[in-house]
Each structure stands twice: as structure tokens, then as C-alpha cells.
Write a protein that binds this ligand. Structure first.
Ligand SMILES: [Zn+2]
Length: 254
């Protein structure tokens, strides 16, 4: 191999890494609903399309929709009340609230663009205000565009990792692990942002925001072998979340 070729390889590698970050900066925009600057590579229409497209598959993974139409309507009415009384109403997203048949897994989640889900296992443990807390938290994931942000981040890291791999074999895994950590760190931020907005939406709809603390206690008690994804190690410590929720209540009440 010629002496100069590794230099060219490193140069190309660095150029690809630089490209990834320049692209990231040029795709940074301020979220008009949260005020936070974030890296996004898709439009709200694309978010809605992705959410609608993946909703049936997500529902299927949790045994489909719960068959009782009255309970479905109740979940939808609580969700829609939160939308109508908050900034969610001003967003382009299409909110739908679904009760999933799954009676084993305590879970709730939101797809980009407004499709929100709660399992029967979690729903059955909540009163109306606590349900509002969970749905408010999920609405906040949609408004915060957290899925779109995670997707954009992983695209950046894929490009950067490719650049580093071209530059030098070993560097690839180092950059890869930085990417992982970045995703995890942002994940914690997503949960705290959603908890805070969830508290705000509860207050705006006339629900007792302290019930959000009880939601955390219910989720914590449900921990153990079948821990809910809201409490995996990628997420903030429950006690830490409760402290931040108390701060949010102080900030928004009155
Ligand atoms: Zn969450």
C-alpha cells in the first residue's frame, strides 16, 4: 500500500463526519410549541403519515384494540379534552387515542403525528385524572416531536459512524457508542419535557396535577421483571421524575 493512502482515507472519513454535523446544524429548527431548538429532518405531514401507517401494527403487538366501545370513547374523550384546552389544538397533528386490549403489559406510548395508545393493563389502574396525566404525557411526546428528533439523530450518527469507519476501523465503534449515549441522554430529556407539559395540560383541563405523582407511583409499583418502557434504564429515575413533576406543578398552578 502506498504511504499516502491512509492520509487520504482519514481525510475522506473526516469530511463525511463533518458533513454529518453540518447537515445536522442546517436541519435545526425551533419547535414553535415547546420553544426548544431541535434537529429534525421530516415535516409534520411526514410525521402524521408515519404514525398512521404504523398504528395498526403497534396495536396488533398489544392484542389489538380493546373491544369495549364505551371505554374507547371514554379514553378518546379525556384525550380530546386535553387537546382542546392546550396548545395541542394549535398544532397540525391529528390526535387519536386508543385503548389496547393488552391486559399484561403496563404501557402507554405515542407515535409521531398524534396516534396515542394506552394498554388496558395500565388503564385499569388509573382514575380519570391519572389517565389524563398519562395521555397528556403522550401528547407532549407528539408536540415535542421526540420520535422525529430520535430518527434525525440516528441518521446523523449513521453518517458520522460511516465517516469514522472509512477514516479508521476502530474509530467506528467509538463514535457508535457516543451515538448510543446521545440517544439515551436525549431520551431522559424527552421524558422530563413530557412530564412537565403533561402537568400543564392537566391543569389547563381542570385535572388535579398531583395525580401525575400518583401515576409515577403506580408505574413504579408495577416495576419488577415486566418493567414498563417508561421506566427502562434509558429513562430518568422515578424519584427524579417526581421531583421535577413537583417543580412543574409549582411553576404552572395559578
Ligand atoms: Zn414517555
Amino acid at each position: 500500500m502506498r504511504r499516502g493512502s491512509w492520509k487520504i482515507r482519514i481525510f475522506i472519513g473526516l469530511a463525511i463526519v463533518a458533513f454529518a454535523f453540518i447537515q445536522k446544524c442546517s436541519n435545526t429548527e425551533k419547535n414553535p410549541y415547546t420553544g426548544r431548538s431541535q434537529h429534525i429532518t421530516m415535516t409534520s405531514d411526514q410525521e402524521i403519515a408515519i404514525g398512521l401507517q404504523s398504528a395498526p401494527e403497534m396495536a396488533q403487538q398489544h392484542g389489538g384494540l380493546y373491544p369495549d366501545q364505551q371505554l374507547q370513547s371514554f379514553v378518546a374523550s379525556v384525550g380530546n379534552k386535553l387537546v382542546q384546552n392546550s396548545i395541542a389544538k394549535e398544532t397540525p397533528y391529528q390526535y387519536n387515542f386508543h385503548l389496547l386490549a393488552d391486559e399484561q403489559t403496563i404501557n402507554a406510548f405515542a407515535l409521531p403525528g398524534g396516534q396515542c395508545f394506552i394498554t388496558y393493563a395500565l388503564f385499569s389502574q388509573l382514575n380519570e385524572a391519572q389517565l389524563a396525566g398519562v395521555l397528556g404525557h403522550e401528547i407532549a411526546h407528539v408536540i415535542g416531536r421526540h420520535s422525529a428528533e430520535r430518527i434525525a439523530d440516528s441518521q446523523t450518527w449513521q453518517t458520522a459512524t460511516m465517516g469514522a469507519t472509512v477514516g479508521a476501523g476502530d474509530m467506528g465503534s467509538i463514535v457508535g457508542s457516543i451515538g448510543q449515549n446521545t440517544l439515551l441522554k436525549n431520551g431522559r430529556g424527552d421524558e422530563l419535557e413530557s412530564d412537565e407539559l403533561g402537568v400543564l395540560f392537566m391543569i389547563q383541563s381542570g385535572y388535579d396535577p398531583y395525580e401525575m405523582i400518583n401515576v409515577m407511583k403506580i408505574l413504579k409499583a408495577a416495576g419488577g421483571p415486566n418493567r414498563t418502557p417508561e421506566f427502562q434504564n434509558t429513562h430518568p429515575d422515578p424519584e427524579n421524575r417526581i421531583e421535577k413533576i413537583k417543580d412543574a406543578i409549582e411553576k404552572y398552578k395559578n
